[in-house]
Design a protein. Structure first.
Length: 425
């Protein structure tokens, strides 16, 4: 059995999850950080992280961390941590392609006694039913005899400088009791917040997927409440503030639900549920509400503009913010794009402004060419879609100046006071 001191670690996938983890481990032990993107590797070797999750100084502190896009670099390792994306396809079905490809790459170098730990969010059973067979097929080794598996779901919150990889409690699991101890000890060596050892890999997988499903449903509830209160002429924020005076009222807010987790993970759970013959009604109902919020926001804006006698065909609208959350460059599964697409269906000319994003990435992922800076008195409608600090610092008067004399300002994120906007979600 591999001891903690004997572990030679590899982290597969150096995105928002993998890089902070590799950097932290790299302060204490040799780590190979592997990614299939040579450009990403070159940037990290130069000390630059495009995700802004790890600073140049923090990369320097990880003195034992090396980067490579060459699979041969994995050959000296005996513990592999997989942190690749687990997206959904256009039909909202789980896409395990990155996970399978990572497993194939590891299988080519897998040796007796090695451990493969998965952090990617999946449905319960995916590690042992989908990934392990790939490892067995490619390596020719036998699971739980020649090699072993673990699972420790990621809990990274992009853009959050308070809740970092070491300060968030870590759930761990292993394919045997002995491996569970090894996996737990490995993470406990860097996680100051402590660990929670689950009884099985499936329990750990299920725990992760319901964390985000629960948040998704809570946001869906307040989104639906917002639509109801809007029809009644009641301000949703005021209602939530009043209800929030009760000690056990949960402080969720309405909004667009995107990102790599909340808008994706529930579909992994519902996919598995349907496979075993159960049709999940509550989860999918919440997903339908949240998936439709972009359309709702666009229709509310158009109605408000019509009330102001603003011509919709050919109107100009500024969308402020494209990332899925504030103060980070993460564009994954952003639902702001739904508002853009819906407005374009009305033949509205939409400009997108976001000081946090990479313009090339926005164009590559969504075909959107963001503007460098908005012009004064250009727009018939303005949508504050993301609560970046830069927008808060601008303030209401400066944002209003971007609109024409007759325009509508729609604040989705409660950035500005109620009296300073025309619409709030």
């Amino acid at each position: 059995m591999t001891t903690l001191d004997e572990i030679k670690l590899a982290v597969i996938g150096l995105g928002y999850v993998g890089l902070p983890l590799a950097a932290e481990f790299g302060k204490h032990r040799p780590v190979v950080g592997f990614d299939i993107n040579p450009g990403r590797i070159k940037a990290l070797q130069a000390g630059f992280d495009a995700t802004r999750e790890v600073s140049a100084e923090e990369l320097k502190e990880s003195a034992q961390l090396s980067f490579s896009a060459d699979p041969a670099a994995l050959e000296g390792c005996n513990v592999y941590i997989v942190t690749v994306p687990t997206p959904i396809d256009e039909h909202r079905r789980p896409d395990l392609t990155p996970l399978i490809k990572a497993s194939e790459a590891i299988g080519k170098t897998l040796k007796k006694g090695d451990i493969v730990i998965y952090e990617s969010t999946v449905y319960p059973g995916a590690t042992e039913e989908d990934c392990v067979p790939v490892l067995e097929r490619v390596s020719g080794l036998t699971f739980n005899q020649d090699f072993f598996a673990g699972y420790s779901p990621e809990r990274i919150n992009p853009g959050d400088k308070e809740h970092r990889v070491t300060t968030i409690k870590k759930v761990t699991a292993g394919s045997t009791p002995e491996i569970a101890d090894t996996v737990n000890d490995l993470y406990a060596s860097i996680i100051t917040a402590g660990t929670h050892k689950a009884s099985s890999i499936k329990v750990a997988e299920a725990a992760k997927v319901i964390e985000n499903t629960q948040r998704d449903l809570n946001i869906a509830l307040v989104n639906e409440l917002s639509m109801i209160f809007g029809r009644m002429g009641i301000d949703t924020q005021e209602v939530l503030e009043a209800a929030g005076t009760k000690w056990n009222f949960l402080p969720f807010r309405p909004g667009l639900v995107g990102g790599h987790c909340i808008g994706v993970d529930p579909y992994y759970l519902t996919h598995k549920a349907q496979q075993i013959g159960y049709h999940p009604e509550v989860i999918l109902s919440g997903r339908r509400i949240n998936d439709g919020m972009g359309r709702f926001v666009a229709s509310q804006l158009v109605k408000a503009m019509l009330d102001r006698c603003i011509q919709i065909n050919g109107a100009r609208v500024l969308i402020m913010g494209l990332t899925f959350k504030e103060n980070c460059p993460d564009l994954r599964n952003t639902r702001v794009v739904d508002v853009v697409r819906e407005l374009e269906e009305y033949n509205v000319r939409v400009d997108v402004y976001d000081p946090w994003i990479d313009a090339d990435e926005a164009h590559h992922e969504y075909g959107i060419q963001p503007i460098e800076s908005p012009q004064v008195a250009e727009y018939d409608g303005i949508v504050l879609a993301v609560a970046h600090d830069q927008f808060k610092q601008m303030g209401g008067p400066a944002i209003r100046q971007l609109g024409r004399e007759n325009h509508v300002l729609y604040d989705l994120k409660y950035v500005l006071p109620k009296e300073g906007v025309d619409l709030r979600l």
